[in-house]
Design a protein around this ligand. Structure first.
Ligand code: PLP
Length: 391
């Protein structure tokens, strides 16, 4: 299929660069750095070495034998991003961006974080590569996520509690943007998902596409053929696009993104942008989001903090419109079932985010014949989620 984004950063009609005047130059400089270094063999070699020796790539593609037999339908494979250092896929992107920052001569990294997962990944990369790290976090989240705040502090990052607005993720993003504008000469803004103004969605995809490249090789080796269906949970959409990207031209491979259904679509308390949202601009990109008739951003809810965001990455909005990928949702209760099922049948406690993808497969696999193959992206491990889900 056609390669996206175009030179202006559009995936079909989605994406682009909607930033205030003061951010136009910083974002252009970032794009120039990204084009210059990420196409460079030296950069790629250093990144590959870190991914192999420190992060733990390649991750296995494991056949889920007991879960497959239990469900009695399609054969299920698991792409094990949960086994990476720090326990989730986010480290792929954090290492890539911090390495790029250093090449661009920026030794001060800023990031925003909600639940703290992206903050921890960025603080880890900054410690490894020896640069300063400042993480903006809503004051409410600082309290709710005390353990991740401790982790970031221990890793040498400075966590700044943001006291404006609702004192959560979107306020932290605004504060990080303000910092970037003020300190652009020394500072690199490390963004955590396939979101934001061009070139972030493309760049973040770039650092995660290794997931799908490995999975494609691994399934061809194990089964001598391509899978029938890929499944991943979708917050901003980085782990999903990381898995999907290498398969976009393989027309026989279906792709399913699973959003957070929260308390159910009817309740209005969810983060299922494709089931209850519409197109608009948020944080620099034109995409699908949850908003009311006046364009006010709607409050979202999910049992998993990583899926709890009002907008989805623009590439997913385009894949949905083209019909190349489909998007569904699993509610909180279904996610808990997924959490327990992968634990009991495979000895793998998945992140609650991942559990949404598992929940979909619990329904879907029995509908498929036994010679069909599904791959679930296990985006992270669930140690962080033990409280709140009864065994
Ligand atoms: C952050 C997170 C997600 C959601 O982010 P995406 O950008 O949609 O991948 C999913 N799973 C885990 C484990 C996470 O930490």
């Amino acid at each position: 299929m056609k390669q996206f984004p175009d030179e202006k950063g559009y995936f079909g009609r989605y994406g682009g660069r909607f930033v205030p005047e003061t951010l136009v130059e910083p974002v252009k400089e970032l794009e120039a750095g990204f084009r210059k270094y990420c196409g460079d063999d030296d950069f790629q070699q250093e990144l590959d070495e870190i991914l192999r020796d420190y992060v733990g790539r390649p991750t296995p593609l494991s056949y889920a034998k007991r879960l497959t037999e239990h469900l009695g339908g399609a054969k299920i494979y698991l792409k094990r991003e949960d086994l990476l250092h720090t326990g989730a896929h986010k480290i792929n992107n954090a290492i890539g961006q911090v390495l790029l920052a250093k090449r661009m001569g920026k030794h001060r990294i800023i990031a925003e974080t909600g639940a703290g997962q992206h903050g921890v990944a960025t603080a880890t990369a900054a410690a490894l590569l020896g640069v300063e790290c400042i993480v903006y976090m809503g004051a409410v989240d600082v309290e709710r996520q005390a353990l991740n705040v401790k982790r970031m502090n221990l890793l040498g990052a400075k966590v700044v509690a943001v006291d404006s607005g609702t004192r959560t993720l979107k306020d932290a993003i605004n504060e990080a943007m303000r910092d970037w504008v003020t300190n652009v000469k020394t500072t690199f803004y490390c963004l955590g998902s396939a979101l934001g103004p061009h070139p972030y969605p493309e760049m973040v995809r770039n650092f995660h596409r290794v997931i799908g490249q490995e999975a494609r090789e691994q399934i061809l080796k194990a089964e001598q053929r391509l899978p029938d269906e890929l499944v991943a949970c979708v917050g901003g959409g980085s782990n999903a696009i990381g898995l999907f990207h290498a398969f976009l031209d393989d027309e026989s491979v279906a792709m399913v993104g699973v959003e957070a259904g929260g308390y159910g679509i009817a309740s209005g308390k969810h983060a299922a942008r494709f089931s209850g949202g519409s197109a608009g601009i948020l944080h620099g990109t034109y995409t699908h989001m949850l908003q009311n008739h006046d364009g006010q951003i709607q409050e979202t809810h999910s049992i998993s903090a990583g899926l709890d965001y009002p907008a989805v990455g623009p590439e997913h909005a385009n894949l949905a419109e083209l019909g190349r990928a489909t998007y569904t949702y699993a509610d909180d209760e279904a996610a808990k079932d997924g959490f327990r099922a992968l634990s009991r049948y495979e000895g793998i406690i998945p992140a609650l985010e991942t559990s949404h993808a598992v929940a979909y497969v619990l329904k879907r696999a029995p509908e498929l014949a036994k010679d069909k193959i599904m791959i679930i992206n296990v985006s992270g491990r669930g140690d962080k989620d033990l409280e709140g889900v009864a065994s």
